[in-house]
Structure formats: C-alpha cells, structure tokens
Design a binder for this molecule. Structure first.
Ligand SMILES: [Zn+2]
Ligand SMILES: [Zn+2]
Ligand SMILES: [Zn+2]
Length: 165
C-alpha cells in the first residue's frame, strides 16, 4: 500500500480490503461536510454507500433501485439531488462514457482524475496525473482553447484481468 502513495495511480486489487475503502470514504465525507458546514443527510449517506459498495460504476437507475423508496413520488428528485451534492463535493465522479457514477479514490486531495476503466472486471481506477492534465491544458491554451473541464476516460484491461487471461 505504501508505494501506491508514491504513484499517481489508484486501481483496486482483487484482494484489497474493501470495507476499509468504504469506511475511509464515509469518514472523509463526514469530515468534508463538517469542514464546509454542510449536512451529511441520510439520503446523501445512502447514495454514497450504494455507489461505494464496489469500484464498479453504477448508473442512476441502479442507484434509484437500491434506494428502495417503495414508490414514494419524490424519490428520484431526492436521489438526484443527493448525487449532485456528492459530485460537487468531489466524493463521487461521473463517468461520461458509461453514463455512470463511481466513488472517488482520492477524496480531500486536490486532483484531476483520468479514469482507468477495465473492460473485463469493470472496476474503475484513477490516474491522478497532474503531468497529463497540465500537458492537456498547456497544449489547448497554445491552440487558443480555454479548458473548462477535463474528462479523460481510458478503457483497457487491468493487471489482474490480463494475468488471468
Ligand atoms: Zn475498495
Ligand atoms: Zn477522485
Ligand atoms: Zn480488470
């Protein structure tokens, strides 16, 4: 785990202790809300727990289904608001290519993420490379293009899926 800190790459291994990922994320979420004087409501926590249940991205529909609102009419609105809240706080990232959501692996760190999406196990990792984002920014600016946001999603195969053929 220690040398993972040195590299700007985070990809979940099969053997990792996922409950510690979830605990860390929920702790970071509480901390972040306290710091910004925002409320970590039950719905916000629930949506975050659902998304963080694995490192595989979840679509909005899957999230709604797991919210288990049993037919309450406001349910989708509440869920979407909670989702927006979590995205704005940097706890959840939206993957545009999959139209799905994944929990951040580097909460609290000011980071741009390039996402590593394994097409086999479906797990998503983050390449938090400032070198990449600075390079894109620099080249875009040189071309006279002003960057608002970078959405970099890399599809491929992770180390363990490649190993198991
Ligand atoms: Zn995990
Ligand atoms: Zn992140
Ligand atoms: Zn994989």
């Amino acid at each position: 785990m220690e040398d993972m800190e040195a590299l700007p790459v985070r990809f979940p291994s099969r053997q990792h202790n996922h409950s510690s990922c979830v605990n860390k994320l929920l702790g970071d979420a509480e901390e972040e809300c306290r710091r910004q004087k925002l409320r970590f409501t039950e719905h916000r926590r629930k949506v975050l727990e659902i998304i963080a249940s694995s490192h595989k991205p979840l679509g909005a529909y899957d999230i709604l289904e797991q919210m288990n609102f049993s037919g309450r009419r406001q349910a989708p609105v509440v869920a979407y608001r909670a989702l927006d809240f979590l995205i704005n706080l940097g706890l959840v990232h939206r993957l545009n290519s999959l139209n799905a959501f994944v929990a951040c692996m580097a909460v609290g760190e000011d980071h741009t993420a390039q996402f590593l999406i394994c097409r086999q196990c479906k797990n998503v990792g983050e390449l938090n490379s400032n070198r990449v984002s600075e390079r894109i920014e620099k080249d875009a600016v040189e071309a006279g293009f002003q960057v608002d946001q970078q959405l970099v999603e890399i599809i491929g195969i992770c180390y363990e899926c490649a190993e198991s053929g």
